[in-house]
Design a protein around this ligand. Structure first.
Ligand code: FAD
Ligand code: MLT
Ligand code: ZN
Length: 513
């Protein structure tokens, strides 16, 4: 790699407290759900092949340990007690399973790659887990329009690999790409590393096939760029986290692959340089800027400590308070490299330098290893300890204050030491105004959670921010939804839930309390 160096928050009441409402939020009073019985297993066995039905109930005999991977979430924080996992292979099979669950009032948790970070993909009790893993075929791809239609259970990386020979890329990319599924991405409206360039899934998803809670198949799997025929129903399922139905297929617009991609990691002396840097970078790189990602020093050190890449020498890292990863994607290599070189020259020759140093990737391997450093923070954090993950939208200028304020707050509660909170760190998608505030603890402890909540949510509300920029609400934040949504909005969300799922069987305990 080429080293290019030398060349407190006021606790305001949440938004709802200030508003005046005409629509009251109805209580979601669904009748209690039932557990799966042996007779349900016998029924499921008439729908599914034997390998698609895992249950500890007879006549099947799966061991509880075999269900652990489905009952536990990625972070090891949320755990369900499901006795039964179904893995349908077709939309028709999904429909028949849901019909039965609807009739018998059995809760259903759709599960993709189980990489979600808010406890949405595992049961809160003993709901049936409906895994999409066996629905993993590409249905069609049009290399002219770039429109891909795929089963919901296709793994994101496999779709990236599928469209690559046709000179296309997926409009979404994230650290969990090797495990997460396109259906899970859509259900969480995942953001990721390319949102700055290609926008959110609300724009790139063109159509969906969804099985509704009573088994009805909703076919909205269009491949049209334009369709103004009334309400755009598919948007309701994007980000619904499996609470309205099971997504079984996705039609998505894939962009042409850039002809040239470059990246550079920049070490900054202080956080207050991030925003001026962002302005300069945006202005100079304009249309070729495709990512502007931020990691603070703690995040960088943890990534390096846990083997997620080493980009800079000790000398270069010295004195750096944070780092920014800039990526360009464009149509002509010489043009892009010229722009990037000019940017770096400007930065190094500035009278008031915004950066200490930088490292420019010089090969595809170096390009990937710079990205690994940023993408690997999630994995590094989970290796370091138990993570409390807050995924918030707040003004860019407040990123550092939010991280520092949380650290001071935990210190004032006597919780900042090896046996409680080990690190407080921030990283995220500066270009999207999205900060990942992580608190790494020795163990999940009630006193830590009490110190963090509602503190963090009040901080977010004081900025009129969002308590979930991209990971969703899941089971983790249902109680905190009101910090970002007013009563009118929550009331309407509950009505929508009741309309699609009048028996409350879809992913109970998620998104809405
Ligand atoms: P799951 O975890 O299985 O499920 C997530 C939610 O979607 C659950 O509520 C589940 O019920 C529902 N669901 C899943 N499939 C369906 C379906 N077919 N129909 C209906 N509902 C369904 N998220 C980001 O937004 N940006 C990131 O950059 C990012 N990076 C990550 C990096 C790592 C290392 C990890 C572990 C996670 C990351 N995440 C990120 C979070 C997570 O990967 C995403 O939310 C992802 O989109 C979840 O997909 P999944 O298939 O694993 O879904
Ligand atoms: C990321 O941006 O790395 C992901 O959203 C995952 C995380 O927050 O750790
Ligand atoms: Zn993220």
């Amino acid at each position: 790699m080429l080293s290019v160096s030398r060349i407190l928050v006021r606790q305001l009441p949440s938004r709802i407290a200030r508003a005046n409402y005409s629509v009251a939020a109805p209580a979601t009073a669904f009748a209690p759900l039932n557990s799966v019985t042996e007779s349900d297993i016998t029924h499921f066995a008439t729908i599914l092949s034997p390998s698609s039905l895992l249950s500890t109930l007879s006549p099947t005999s799966t061991s509880p340990e075999e269900l652990d991977q489905f009952n536990n979430d990625w972070m090891g924080r949320f755990r369900g007690n499901s006795t039964t996992v179904v893995k349908p292979k077709t939309t028709q099979e999904v429909s028949e399973i849901l019909k039965r669950c609807y009739e018998k009032r059995i809760g259903v948790v759709p599960q993709g790659g189980n990489t979600g970070l808010v406890g949405g993909s595992v049961p809160v009790n003993d709901e049936v887990i409906l895994s999409l893993a066996n629905m993993n075929k590409v249905r069609s791809f049009d290399p002219v329009s770039g429109i891909l239609v795929a089963d919901a259970g296709c793994i994101l990386q496999s779709l990236t690999d599928y469209v690559a020979p046709h000179n296309h890329i997926m409009p979404i990319d994230l650290g969990a790409k090797g495990s997460c599924q396109i259906g899970g991405n859509v259900a969480t409206n995942a953001g990721g590393l390319r949102l700055l360039r290609y926008g959110s899934l609300h724009g790139t998803v063109l159509g969906l096939e969804v099985v509704l809670p009573d088994g009805t198949i909703l076919d909205q799997l269009t491949t049209l760029r334009k369709d103004n025929t009334g309400y755009d129903l598919k948007q309701l399922f994007i980000g619904a986290e499996g609470t309205l139905g099971v997504i079984t297929a996705v039609s998505i617009l894939t962009p042409p692959a850039p002809q040239a991609s470059n990246n550079v990691i920049l070490a900054l002396p202080s956080f207050d340089k991030v925003l001026p840097l962002y302005q300069v970078v945006k202005q100079q790189l304009s249309e070729i800027l495709s990512a502007f990602e931020f990691i603070d020093r703690t995040a960088y050190d943890l990534a390096v400590k846990h083997g997620q890449g080493r980009a800079l020498s000790d000398e270069d890292v010295e004195g750096a308070e944070c780092f920014v990863l800039v990526e360009t994607s464009g149509g002509r290599r010489e043009h892009d490299e010229e722009k990037l070189s000019h940017l770096l020259e400007t930065l190094f020759e500035a009278d008031k330098p915004l950066i200490n140093t930088g490292v420019l990737s010089q090969s595809p391997a170096q390009f990937s290893s710079l990205w690994a450093l940023r993408e690997g923070v999630t994995e590094a954090v989970s290796k370091e300890g138990k993570a409390y993950k807050y995924d918030i939208s707040v003004p860019l200028s407040s990123f550092k204050d939010v991280v520092d304020g949380t650290r001071e707050h935990l210190h004032s509660r006597g919780l900042l030491h090896d046996k409680a909170v080990k690190h407080v760190l921030g990283y995220g998608h500066v270009g999207d105004g999205n900060l990942h505030l992580n608190i790494v603890a020795d163990a999940y402890l009630p006193e830590i959670e009490d110190a963090l909540e509602p503190y963090i949510y009040q901080v977010v509300a004081s900025h009129r921010g969002s308590i979930s920029a991209e990971h969703g609400i899941g089971a983790m934040k249902t109680h905190a939804l009101h910090y970002s949504k007013d009563k009118v909005s929550i009331g309407l969300m509950k009505k929508i839930k009741e309309m699609f799922d009048p028996r409350g069987i879809m992913n109970p305990g998620k998104v809405l309390e």
